[in-house]
Design a protein around this ligand. Structure first.
Ligand code: NAP
Ligand code: ZN
Length: 349
C-alpha cells in the first residue's frame, strides 16, 4: 500500500530539478507521518542530484535536513503524538543489531544504514525519497525531537550540517582549552564554528575567501586564516587539537598538517571520494598527527546536539527560498555563494 506526495526531484544528472509525485508507504505500526515545514539544502543534495558519487537511482528527491509536525502515528508509536515538532536527518533506518547499531552509531551500521533518500527501504524495498516533499513517513526510532524555543526554519540545517560537525567535536573531546580549526565557511563550516565555540574551544577558520572574515568573527571565530596566504598559514604551526575539514572537493592537505598540535587530528567530513594530492607522512610523524574521517552522527548523539542547541539558543544562519528556486540555489552553492544555508519553505511546493 502506497500513496503519492508532491515532491521535487532530479530526473537525471543534468536537467533542472522538477515536480515529481513520490510514492510513500502507508503507515506501519511504528511509523511517524510528518508534514514537512522546512528542508535545508545540503551540498550532498547537489552531489547526489548530479551523481558525483556514482550511486544515483533517479528520480532522486533530495533533502535530509527536515523539520515538520507529526500528522499521524502508527499504533505502536510511544514517543510522539500528533502535533509534535520533529526532525529527520540523513538516515531513516539501520539493521538495529550489529556492533555499531547496538552502540548508538547507526550511521556506521555494518549492513549499511538506510539513507533518507536514494536508498531502497530495507523492509519493503521501496525507494526512499527525501525532504523536498510535502510529507515523509519515518520509523519512530529515527525521528528526532526538536526544541520548540528555537527558530524552526533555522533548526533544519542542524539535522545534517549540525550533527556532522558535532559528532567529531564530541568524539575528540573538544571542550574549554581546546583549539579547533575549521576549513571552509559554508553550511557545515558555519555550524562547526558555532558549536565548537559553544563547547568552549578557541576557534580558527581557514578560508579561501577574504570576504568571509567579518562573518566568521560574527559567528564566533577567534581568528581567520587565509588558506591561500603562505605567511598566514606558517603563523599557525603546531596549534590545533582538531581540524574539521568541510571542503567538498579534492584538495591538498599538506598545508594544513603542520598546523596540528601534538596528537592533533585532521578529520575529513567534506570530501566524499579520492584525495588526488599525495599525503606526506613527514608532516604527520613529528607530532603523532592523524588524518581521520567521520560521517554524520548517531540518533542519540543527534538528539543530544538538538537539546544542546535548544539550551544555548544555537541555530543555522539561513536564507529562505521557494521550492521553485532550488536550481538557482544549487548554482549559487557551487560558487560558494551561500550565507550560510539555504532552507526551502515547503509551503511553496
Ligand atoms: P557548502 O555549504 O557548499 O560549503 C563548502 C565550503 O567549502 C565553501 O563555502 C568554501 O568555503 C569551501 N570550498 C568550496 N569549494 C572549495 C574548493 N574547491 N577548494 C577549497 N574550498 C572550497 O557545503 P556543505 O553543505 O557545508 O558541505 C560540505 C561537504 O560536506 C559536501 O561535500 C557534503 O557532501 C559533505 N557532507 C558530508 C557529510 C558527512 O557525513 N561526512 C555530511 C554532510 C555533508 P570558503 O569560501 O570559506 O573557502
Ligand atoms: Zn547533508
Amino acid at each position: 500500500m502506497t500513496f503519492q506526495v508532491k515532491s521535487f526531484a532530479a530526473y537525471n544528472n543534468h536537467s533542472p530539478l522538477a515536480p515529481f509525485l513520490a510514492q510513500r508507504r502507508a503507515l506501519r505500526p511504528n511509523d511517524v507521518d510528518i508534514e514537512i515545514l522546512y528542508c535545508g539544502v545540503c551540498h550532498s543534495d547537489l552531489h547526489q542530484a548530479r551523481n558525483d558519487w556514482g550511486w544515483a537511482n533517479y528520480p532522486i528527491v533530495p533533502g535530509h535536513e527536515i523539520v515538520g509536525r507529526v500528522k499521524a502515528v502508527g499504533e505502536q508509536v510511544a514517543r510522539f503524538k500528533v502535533g509534535d515538532l520533529v526532525g529527520v536527518g540523513c538516515m531513516v533506518d539501520s539493521c538495529g543489531h550489529c556492533h555499531a547499531c547496538t552502540h548508538h552509531l547507526e550511521q556506521y551500521c555494518e549492513e549499511g544504514m538506510t539513507q533518507t533518500y536514494n536508498t531502497p527501504d530495507r523492509r519493503d524495498g521501496l525507494m526512499t525519497y527525501g525532504g523536498y516533499s510535502e510529507r515523509i513517513i519515518v520509523t519512530e526510532n529515527f525521528v528526532l525531537r526538536v526544541p520548540e524555543n528555537l527558530d524552526t526554519k533555522a533548526v533544519a540545517p542542524l539535522l545534517c550540517a549540525g550533527i556532522t560537525v558535532w559528532s567529531p567535536l564530541r568524539h575528540w573531546n573538544i571542550s574549554k582549552g581546546s583549539k579547533v580549526a575549521v576549513v571552509g565557511l559554508g553550511g557545515l563550516g558555519h555550524m562547526a564554528i558555532k558549536l565548537a565555540k559553544a563547547l568552549g574551544a578557541e576557534v580558527t577558520l581557514f578560508s579561501r575567501s577574504p570576504n568571509k572574515a567579518a562573518d566568521a568573527y560574527r559567528l564566533g571565530a577567534d581568528k581567520v586564516v587565509l588558506s591561500t596566504d603562505d605567511a598566514q598559514m606558517q603563523s599557525v604551526t603546531n596549534q590545533f587539537n582538531l581540524i574539521i575539514d568541510t571542503v567538498p572537493y579534492t584538495h591538498d592537505l599538506k598545508p594544513y598538517l603542520p598546523t596540528l598540535a601534538l596528537d592533533g587530528t585532521l578529520v575529513m567530513v567534506g570530501l566524499v571520494g579520492e584525495l588526488e594530492e599525495p599525503i606526506n607522512t613527514v608532516l604527520m610523524q613529528p607530532g603523532r598527527r592523524s588524518i581521520a574521517a567521520s560521517m554524520i552522527g548517531g540518533i542519540q548523539e543527534t538528539q543530544e546536539m538538538l537539546d544542546f542547541c535548544g539550551e544555548h539558543g544555537i541555530v543555522s544562519d539561513v536564507e529562505m527560498i521557494d521550492m521553485q528556486s532550488i536550481n538557482d540555489a544549487f548554482v549559487r552553492m557551487e560558487k560558494g555563494d551561500v550565507k550560510y544555508r539555504f532552507v526551502i519553505d515547503m509551503a511553496t511546493l
